[in-house]
Design a protein around this ligand. Structure first.
Ligand SMILES: [Fe+2]
Ligand SMILES: [Fe+2]
Length: 149
């Protein structure tokens, strides 16, 4: 299957989020390699890695949205929860011996591009907050992004 390539248009202009998205893209490609290599153990391992990277990423984004007072946090969280449910269900099916990865991979490719578009919606608000002077940033933002100044 085709690998995802990082595009400049994927950037949402918050470095830490862009780095996390890049990491997710690499894991989706790694999963593809494991499937192509017909290495079931490697597939299981990458699936675990992908699941924990996705959960950490969603938690980070939701925290950022809460701190920057983004009005669509609830709706955005729902999108995260829906994807988490699919990912966890898929991992269970895989653990149970089902081999539906070939169907799941195209879904991941499609999800990746969609997820970034959805994130762009809050990227602008959050970037403005982060560019504010350090003493004006709320606590978590200051702790997380303050060092860079
Ligand atoms: Fe994201
Ligand atoms: Fe998101």
């Amino acid at each position: 299957m085709a690998h995802l390539q990082w595009l400049d248009s994927y950037r949402i202009h918050i470095d830490m989020i862009d780095q996390q998205h890049l990491q997710l893209m690499r894991l989706i490609n790694k999963l593809d390699d494991a499937v192509t290599g017909r290495d079931r153990e490697a597939v299981g391992q990458v699936l675990n890695e992908l699941t924990s990277a996705v959960l950490n990423h969603f938690e980070f984004e939701e925290k950022l949205m809460a701190e920057t007072g983004h009005g669509h946090l609830k709706a955005h969280k729902k999108l995260h929860d829906r994807f988490t449910e699919k990912l966890v269900n898929f991992a269970h099916l895989f653990d149970g011996g089902e081999c539906i990865i070939e169907e799941f991979h195209p879904f991941l490719l499609e999800w990746f591009a969609r997820h970034i578009e959805e994130d762009k919606d809050y990227g602008v608000t959050a970037a403005a907050e982060m560019n504010a002077p350090s003493d004006k940033k709320p606590g978590w933002l200051r702790r997380t992004f303050g060092k860079k100044e």
